[in-house]
Design a protein around this ligand. Structure first.
Ligand SMILES: Cc1ncc(C[n+]2csc(CCOP(=O)(O)OP(=O)(O)O)c2C)c(N)n1
Ligand SMILES: [Mg+2]
Length: 623
């Protein structure tokens, strides 16, 4: 019973929706709902209960329909990432296949520490119609449903067995979704009979409330240890991760770097933390990194890792950082202690400010600062050169670096106005090295899970969050074919995407990796796959996109791509441009080793040679 004693009789589903609709946040442009909407595909597991509630509250909390549960969850996750985790969406599915279609997206949000509220329908608590349509049936445990598969993929999981349970489950769910350290997917499994059960909820539970985002600075002892480490450093390097963006610490980062003469390298999630033309911007770090960033990482004596998970690609499978000691500024204790780092548990912005104050006029050595400026400048010049290559002579095909150049040239304010979206294939490496942006969030590459199929669906979520920006989805033929149905949703919702498909006729990056490991070209490029007498079809990506309601064209050359991009930018709806690209060429500059296990015995000489190289390279790893 509430303090006022007033109650309201609602179904569990109505209470859930009403509660979500009452949550608000402060934003730069005023107050806004915490939840931008609910993506929904109905089935018997959610249409009557949750569907009825969503209809009733549709003016406060819009419902969006999509074509695939995984895709709509990708869109929701991208929405939250674009809002730097301060606004989000919910996603509901039926039971069974609708629910399990969400699992990949749950894992993606978990890895990337991004908030999304998943609301799969669940089997009857009464068990009366058991086994209901789509019920998996566990022979050992009658309480298990397909939704138990969400448990390891959720930061918070609950199954709502009784309507009253929402009074505790919902505040806990929101706490996790809005907590910088715990942030990730929350799953509330909703048995379909309980969705429809009524309960007298305290009216106060639904009072509008402003959700606050906590930011905590460092503890005195950890700050002290960090200061001691840094004061003795001569050749420091900052590694900026996604936490710099989510912690809204980009300005603090720039001030720190300038005042203390520390160069900055960016992870995939951290790219766009510092403007591309800043003199201390070394660019991308790691396996997909620039020569500038990787060279300085090898020489640095202290690496200041800010808001990064120090993933395999960032660290070159633990081989990149030479002899550096690590200082880790992170909101999450597990991240902060990786690499036996000196941990400083802190919000990035508050942590940088406290460090800077404590360091007073400490600076990196002049020689190190000068080296950093030279390397950064030299890399900028190289990127200029790579991306300005306009044509290759036939029959050679352009490669991703040249396509990226053409896409960026197609707008004079590309580095300010565009948001590029990508996830898997050759492109994330090329974009990490070559894409230029001056705006935090101008680079949206999902590389924690590197999930093929995120691109177009993710682009839709970005555009829902930032309708004023040009959202450019760059995607390989493989990822496109894996998941493209939300093109139709983007047309229906009037959320225009510019989609650039790089068609190299197969899984180019894995084909190259296969051969680097001594393997024969096998089962990656379409021409290397088992085929019937008709062979692999030549896929007309433009015709395909047109069938989903988009405008589209296929082009052959960089000049044609540039002209097509003008039409794409001027178009009133989603526009796809497809270009044939070279599957063998990549940007040679930069990069570093990473561990891909090579067979110990093989009939192929090439595999034996690759194994010997692999064993050799592993000596450089720090473990
Ligand atoms: C869902 C999923 N399945 C498999 C992979 C492994 N994988 C990574 S990239 C890739 C091929 C991507 O092909 P494409 O989109 O055409 O890009 P390309 O490398 O050819 O440029 C594969 C199979 C993945 N990352 N995600
Ligand atoms: Mg491909």
């Amino acid at each position: 019973m509430s303090a006022s004693g007033k109650t309201i009789r609602l179904t569990m589903a109505q209470a859930l929706v009403r509660y979500l609709a009452a949550l608000r946040v402060h934003t730069e442009v005023g107050e806004a709902p915490l939840f931008g909407g609910v993506f929904s595909i109905f089935g018997h597991g959610n249409v009557a209960g949750l569907g009825e509630a969503l209809y009733q509250y549709r003016d406060q909390l819009p419902t969006y329909r999509a074509h695939n549960e995984q895709a709509m969850a990708h869109a929701a996750i991208a929405y939250a990432k674009t809002h730097m985790r301060r606004r989000m969406m919910a996603v509901t599915s039926s039971i069974g296949p609708g629910a399990t279609n969400l699992l990949t997206a749950a894992a993606l949000a978990h890895v990337n520490r991004l908030p999304v509220l998943l609301l799969p329908g669940d089997i009857f608590v009464s068990r009366r119609p058991d086994p209901v349509l789509q019920q998996v049936e566990n022979f050992q445990d009658g309480g298990v449903s397909a939704n138990d598969a969400f448990k390891p993929l959720s930061r918070y999981f609950d199954r709502i067995y009784y309507p009253e349970q929402l009074l505790t489950a919902l505040p806990r769910a929101i706490q996790v979704l809005t907590d910088a350290a715990q942030c990730g997917p929350v799953t509330l499994a909703l048995p379909q009979d309980v969705q429809t059960m009524a309960y007298d909820y305290p009216l106060e539970f639904f009072a509008p409330q402003i959700v606050k985002f906590r930011a905590q600075g460092p503890a005195a002892d950890e700050l002290q240890a960090a200061l001691e480490l840094l004061k003795n450093a001569k050749q420091p390097l900052i590694v900026a991760g996604g936490g710099v963006l989510y912690g809204e610490a980009t300005e603090a980062l720039r001030c720190f770097a300038e005042k203390h003469a520390v160069p900055v390298a960016e992870t995939q999630a951290g790219k766009s933390a510092l403007a591309w033309r800043h003199p201390l911007q070394l660019g991308a770090l790691g396996v997909t990194g620039s020569p500038a960033a990787n060279a300085l990482a090898a020489k640095a004596d202290v690496v200041i890792a800010i808001g990064t998970r120090l993933q395999d690609f960032t660290t070159g499978s633990h081989s990149l950082f030479g002899q550096a000691k690590l200082l880790s500024i992170n909101v999450n204790a597990v991240d902060a202690m990786k690499w036996q780092a000196t941990p400083m548990l802190s919000d990035a912005r508050l942590g940088l400010a406290a460090l800077s104050q404590g360091l007073q006029d400490w600076r990196a050595t002049t020689a190190w600062h000068t080296l950093a400026l030279e390397q950064a400048n030299s890399w900028r010049t190289t990127v200029d050169w790579i991306t300005s290559q306009r044509e290759v002579s036939a029959p050679a095909l352009p490669y991703d670096g040249e396509v990226i150049g053409a896409v960026q040239r197609s707008s004079i304010d590309s580095t300010v106005h565009d948001i590029v979206v990508c996830a898997a294939g050759t492109l994330p490496a090329e974009l990490h090295k070559l894409w230029r942006t001056s705006t935090p969030g101008g680079y949206h590459v999902e590389y924690g899970y590197s999930c093929m199929g995120y691109e177009i669906a993710g682009g839709l979520g970005v555009k829902l969050a930032q309708p004023e920006r040009d959202v450019i989805v760059m995607v390989g033929d493989g990822s496109y074919l894996m998941m493209n149905s939300e093109i139709a949703t983007s047309v229906m919702l009037d959320r225009k995407l510019i989609i650039v498909v790089l068609d190299n006729r197969g899984y180019g990056c894995i084909n190259r990796l296969q051969q680097a490991c001594g393997g024969a070209p096998f089962n990656n490029m379409l021409e290397d796959c088992l085929q019937g007498p008709l062979g692999a079809p030549a896929i007309d990506f433009a015709a395909h996109a047109r069938s989903l309601g988009a405008l589209a064209e296929n082009v052959k050359t960089i000049a044609q791509l540039e002209a097509a991009m003008q039409r794409a930018r001027a178009a009133d709806r989603t526009y796809l441009v497809c270009i044939d690209t070279d599957p063998t060429r990549t940007t040679e500059e930069g990069g570093c080793w990473w561990e891909v296990a090579v067979p110990e015995v093989s009939q192929r000489e090439q595999v034996k040679a690759a194994r010997a190289e692999y064993e050799q390279a592993r000596h450089q790893q720090k473990v």
